[in-house]
Design a protein around this ligand. Sequence first.
Ligand code: SF4
Length: 490
Amino acid sequence: MVKEWKATRIIPEERDRYLSGETDFIDDILITESLRDRPSPDTRRLRDILDKSLSIATLTVDECADLLAVADPEHIALMEQTALSVKKKVYDNRIVTFAPLYMSSKCVNNCSYCGFRSGNGDIERRVLSQEDIHRECSVLAGNIGHKRLIVVYGEHPESDAQYIADSIKTIYSVDEPTRVGRGRIRRVNVNAAPLSIANLGLIREAGLGTYQVFQETYNRELYKRVHPAGTVKSDFRWRLYCMHRALEAGIDDVGIGALFGLGDWRYEILGLLLHSRELEDRFGIGPHTISFPRLVDAQNAPDAHSMVTDAELRRIVTILRLSIPYTGMILTCRENAAMRRDLLPLGVTQTDADSKIGLGAYSRYQDQQEEYRQQFILSDTRSLDEVVRDLANIGYITSFCTAGYRCGRTGKKIMDLLRSGAEGVFCKLNAVITFREWLDDFASEKTIAVGESLIRKEIEEVRSVVSDAMFKEFLESYRKTGEGARDLYF
Ligand code: SF4
């Protein structure tokens, strides 16, 4: 049965319809030549490129390659300061938070860097039932306080598109009492295998938020080596064009990414840039988010060893922020707390917290990681309360806002708003209101103390950026939220 199912995964017409002639948009020669023996740009050229980033325009391959060639420490520092300015201009001091939820450890693929690969005989294989999912989300929404999930599925007939659609509906059905109000998951993002257009339509109708698929590597030779022939995932182009299919299916928030550490990180950055530019050119919509997970150890996975240093990871975040300035950037608990603090100012907009990636791990309330049940090992296992407090202490407000999506601020509309800076006003108001909610429903005394002073500062800033009428309306929503009203937004 699995064999027959695998044979129906790839629809050649839905993969090849976007090609220009015989070629796809990952131009191997262009990438290789752009990286070869490139001199560091002079100060004038560097400043021109950074000005372009500050105007929130996507860079060209040539400009990005120049940033990759910068070696002078002063120039690197200038790039980092500009990345921070770009981030502030588009997203201010907000960090959106989420939790990952792993649904299945069954997978038909055999990726050499992954603990869930079919060749790993030492892992417990399981797919969560709808009851399991409800139990997990009751803890996430009712005890921890998450509002947004990235739900992760292996590629397997037991976790196919219908299962994904059913699980999205189950997640939205959870409604748990909290200290003051109710806890619900308001945004379900999905990380799953590439799907056909019909199946993408099915999960969109179920209420999908962002659809996330990482290419893992844009280097096709390397791709071939780590994704063994005969597996579904070995088809580079089926994966490469899944966001084209998603956009055709009406999903307009798409998330791309690469697994940094498999090969040359500079190659992956140019691959991500080409991918973003292709989506912008063809659909007018670039990636809603870019993820840059660094390869970490995984059980029985021969290629799970990262070749990316901490300093290189700083460069990766900086250059991605500068090259695709409007996009959201996701940093996860793969990185330890110190590294996360270090990377945040360079352009990160979303991060997870209190994450558990073992199957069914949230409802078991266990602190330890369970290697035989999870895909890889996490480095940051702090609670959401600790992370929110830590962020507040360094001036970031954790936003639990999910309003933009529900007000139709998605796809091209959100891109235009982000580019013009107009989205920031709504986001600021909603960040304060959802932060108030979260403090009242879930925060510890210590976090409330730090959070209150941050909120006072934020309210003063709101006063200075909106009209008097809007400020009055905002204060009214804030007051009602303090009295127990929930899910008010602009
Ligand atoms: S990386 Fe994904 S597709 Fe590959 S084996 Fe792991 S779960 Fe399966």
